[in-house]
Design a protein around this ligand. Sequence first.
Ligand SMILES: Cc1cc2nc3c(=O)[nH]c(=O)nc-3n(C[C@H](O)[C@H](O)[C@H](O)COP(=O)(O)OP(=O)(O)OC[C@H]3O[C@@H](n4cnc5c(N)ncnc54)[C@H](O)[C@@H]3O)c2cc1C
Length: 510
Amino acid sequence: MEKYDVIIIGTGIGGLTAGSLLSKYTKKKILFLEQNNVIGGMTSGFYRKGYYMEAGTLGISLVDYFRSLLHDISPSLSDEIKKQYYKYVICDKICDGRNIIEVEEQYVKMFPDNIQQIRTLFSFIKKKVSILKEFLHIFNHYQYFKSGFFGKTLILIKVLPVIIKNLWFFIHYYPQQINTLLTKIFGSVDTNPGYYFANITYYYNPAIFMFLGVWMEYEGGIGIAKNGYLELAEKIMDVALENGAVLLKNKKVVKIIIENKKAIGVETENEKYYADSIISNIDLKKLLLEMCPDFTFKKSAIKRITQARPSESGIILYMGVSISNDELKKYIPETEMLYVHKDFKPAHDLFSYLKTCSLQISPSYYLNETREKEGGTSIIIHTSIPPEHNMPWFDMSKEKYKEIKDSLITILIERMESLVPGISNKIEVIDIATPRTIENWINSSNGASGGFSWERKKSFMKTMLLTKVYSKTSVKNLYQVGMFSIQHGGVYGSSLSGMLGAELVNRKKF
Ligand SMILES: Cc1cc2nc3c(=O)[nH]c(=O)nc-3n(C[C@H](O)[C@H](O)[C@H](O)COP(=O)(O)OP(=O)(O)OC[C@H]3O[C@@H](n4cnc5c(N)ncnc54)[C@H](O)[C@@H]3O)c2cc1C
């Protein structure tokens, strides 16, 4: 039986980063085990009837850091990500997300009875975003993690004056949850405009700095894989394979083999594989609660992980339409456009919510002809699900599930029809992903798409500080990377955790 230096469970962006760095810079023998026949997890894509669809991720936050990280894996990889800027459609006007004044004016039009409150909110956003910008100008997140102890200390010393100058912001506002602030400004988050702004981020009720991060993203831009995320995942995997790594697909790991409190290997449904270190890129809850039966965790650790709630997930509509890019651009001019419904209303269930919620619509204009279907366009539509409208996705029968999916699809097609008249006659592919689809795809509890919840008491993370990454587990030689090891996960965060997990195995920095 062949023994490896490192086994990586899962090929999400965290696992890919860890494996490519280790195989390239340490020449360790790496084995990737992936349960699916496609790599990349949520940072990937798939084909239906010749249409290429992104599985989940579209716009990468903190794109400059992510590009630096890719560059460190292999210089040409950073060219795979290009930068672009969000566009907003509010009250029928296309706004450039970088122009916050224009966005504010459109919200004033959208909520004419609450002008003063909208002004208060935007004055808050503008002031606080400028603090965060000043902070991030000095504090380069990626550089911080790349640095050793002295480098880190130096960065912290440099950033200290900004923290002291804005102490109230960092102590009072930074950890606060956004709904607290919105309730203060608007009186409630159950009615508009509070309800609207409470639902603006993908993650329910995040800390205020996450909410501010959304506005910073509009200014700073987001990354998009220039020819799709499947290609990005494959190119990162190539770095590992060229350096001797082995990839086995369709291998679902079911158990971690532990001897004398040390992880020594893994079991799939019918094989065992052994290695000196194991890096898990999968759901931390499942890893610790279900896959380590031979290890006795401390009671407090079990309590903490049992209580931790996975983040919410959303709905993704995948459409393939026989409309050329040029034709579709007359109606939807760019990719990653956020369409805000003029009559967005508080809803009593998911169906009514979907009728007026904001939709992020992303046609595949950015793909080159190797991925693009000739004469056609793939369109991905993302929206979040407020937790109160989530459904018992996992408990319903197949028939009921199909019925619900069909109803959701019908609502979203109607909404697309109002934007692109006649589109429903041009549909060649249509499907929808729910949290159940996402759980089936990446094996994350409740289809979590961003690791653990932001709800502070239910989060596994003890701190909201973005300088904290949990890469170690209580089991010796078993490490954790990916969205469950850093608050908010996301592509950059998950990838960064991959680098940090690899450093732990390597016992030194790359
Ligand atoms: C709809 C949606 C939109 C998103 N949009 C964005 C966005 O725009 N920007 C952004 O930054 N982030 C976005 N995210 C979040 C981002 O995609 C994830 O946080 C990130 O990709 C998670 O990466 P990961 O390394 O944790 O691995 P994952 O993507 O979770 O992959 C885990 C891998 O492990 C495999 N696996 C699981 N269990 C096993 C097992 N037992 N044995 C073997 N293999 C296993 C899975 O098949 C999968 O390949 C989005 C997520 C979703 C769902």
